[in-house]
Design a protein around this ligand. Structure first.
Ligand code: BG6
Length: 504
């Protein structure tokens, strides 16, 4: 049923018929996110007619077995419950399975024959979207085989499209990130590549652009003239959730800061783009990442933490080093705090304090802009005048709030901070579709605005890589108990500047 509060808001965009090939079809992401997202696009009638999905993986399986497995996953993981049998049956008639090894030409021959058949029978017109939901070590063999089997068509207006969707990690540092790009760009044109950062699929992250550039009242305040500091927090209450071996290699910097957090930072700090199209938006975001001051005094400007045993939802939970597949002497950081600067005219001198961590007190992603203190204290003895704060809550309880000072009613002038609050839930009913739905739809439409571009990813690695080099020389990260707000060093990072982290 359509939400009456959204009436008149939706502009429907339906892509051209195409086949979506998922490499890594037996994986977790496929069953938890990708197939449920594709099914939900079908429920919302946003899938083009004839759209087909091919799962490609190593294990032998029939189409019917694959359909059965995916039906179970959709019933379990879809945001819409219960499963709509009619929509599912229609969706499943376009769901196929292709068995193959990622580095073996034979599987790609089969895939090519299957895609040609789908084109003939379902009218997908040679349009193909290859989705790599596999570990990065498989990217190169797949891209090579796709090229050699003739499955990649050049970009030509009016001709069928071939696109590649990849998931982070886009390398593990500057060098490997560049090597990955060379592999991909040896076979694809940058315009065909869609690098997913699922944060860009979040409604509230997209709303940062609308909030800033569809209103004239905030933008004049959005600079060093009025803003004293910016804070960005990406806090999670969960631990590594059985992904110990992955996390040991990644750590919080690679897992969240290099991508999600820097994406949010660049949307907050960017200049207005000349147009709302992929390159104009990404040009401005990339400029922000390139303007990040290189981190030299790393001991002073960064803090690493690792969670020790503590509590979660009132229950005892183990420390990071006790998690399965984690070394008992691990030095992997599960928390990072950084004092960053965007060295440009708008932001010169304004610190951006950013932090991200696991097993923190609660799950919250928030940006806050802290305004400057008033220049002169007029209301002496009326209470502490706190600087205004504009906070943008990305999740959960999505919304935007402005804190400012007010007079408490009564004969005596007493001041107290109050808040103006906008909540998505109240204004729009719900926070909308899942990030993956939006991103898969955009990649089918060929709009790359919400995807990371290669120079943007490279600039992010350039900024992060010195930390990856220096940290191992600085010993183990500081411990913090699970369920706390992180290591004491992170508080000291702000205290040294006479500031505090915002209480969330
Ligand atoms: C992923 C990370 O990219 O983002 C995870 O690999 C993290 O470790 C997740 O938990 C956070 O995403 P969200 O949407 O829950 O904020």
């Amino acid at each position: 049923m359509t939400n009456p509060l959204r009436e008149g808001l939706a502009t429907e965009r339906i892509p051209a018929p195409c086949s979506v090939v998922i490499f890594g079809a037996s994986g977790d992401l496929t069953k938890r996110k990708l197939i449920p997202a594709l099914y939900n696009l079908a429920v919302s009638r946003l899938m083009p007619p004839g759209a087909s999905v091919v799962g490609f993986a190593r294990r032998p399986k029939s189409d019917d077995e694959f359909r059965g497995e995916q039906k179970e996953s959709v019933a379990k993981f879809s945001r819409r419950k219960p499963l709509d049998e009619a929509v599912w049956n229609d969706f499943a008639s376009g769901l196929f399975y292709c068995q193959g090894n990622y580095d073996d030409a034979a599987g790609y021959e089969k895939l090519k024959a299957l895609l040609d058949r789908i084109d003939r029978e379902r009218g997908t017109r040679g349009n193909r979207l290859f989705y790599l939901s596999v570990p990065p070590s498989e990217f190169a063999p797949i891209v090579t085989q796709l090229r050699e089997s003739g499955l990649i068509a050049e970009v030509k207006p009016g001709k069928p499209f071939t696109r590649l969707v990849i998931e982070k990690p886009f390398g593990t540092d500057l060098e490997t990130g560049e090597a990955l790009d060379r592999t991909i760009l040896s076979a694809f044109d940058e315009r065909q590549v869609f690098r997913i950062d699922h944060y860009l699929g979040k409604e509230t992250v997209q709303n940062l652009l609308v909030f800033r550039f569809a209103n004239s009242i905030f933008e004049p305040l959005w600079s060093r003239e009025h803003i004293d500091q910016v804070q960005i927090t990406v806090a999670e209450d969960i631990g590594v959730e059985g992904r110990g071996s992955f996390y040991e290699e990644a750590g919080a910097l690679r897992d969240v800061v290099q991508n999600h957090l820097l994406q949010v930072l660049s949307l907050v700090a960017m200049e207005p783009p000349v147009a709302f199209d992929a390159d104009s938006v990404r040009d401005e975001k990339t400029k922000v990442v390139r303007a990040l001051r290189p981190l030299r005094d790393i001991e002073k400007l960064t803090v690493r933490g690792q969670y020790s045993a503590g509590t979660h939802a009132g229950q005892p939970v183990p420390g990071y080093r006790e998690e399965s597949s984690v070394s008992p002497t691990s030095r992997t950081e599960t928390y990072v705090a950084i004092k960053a600067h965007v060295d440009n005219w708008r932001w010169g001198g304004v610190p951006f304090y950013v932090r991200a961590g696991k097993r923190l007190n609660k799950r919250v992603t928030e940006v806050s802009l802290h305004f400057k203190q008033v220049p002169h204290a007029l209301f002496v003895g009326a209470g502490v005048v706190e600087p205004g704060v504009l906070s943008i809550r990305i999740q959960p309880d999505e919304g935007i709030a402005l804190k400012f000072m007010s007079k408490v009613p009564g004969p005596v002038t007493t001041l107290r901070p109050v808040t103006m609050d906008f909540r998505y839930g109240t204004s729009f009913g719900d926070a909308g579709p899942e990030a993956y739905e939006r991103l898969i739809l955009e990649s089918m439409l060929g709009d790359a605005t919400l995807f990371a571009r290669s120079d943007e990813v490279r600039a992010a690695w350039e900024w992060c890589t010195p930390l990856l080099r220096r940290w191992p020389e600085l010993g183990a990260p500081e411990q913090y108990p699970a369920g706390s707000w992180g290591p004491a060093g992170a508080d000291e990072l702000l205290h040294a500047d006479g500031r505090n982290w915002r209480r969330l």
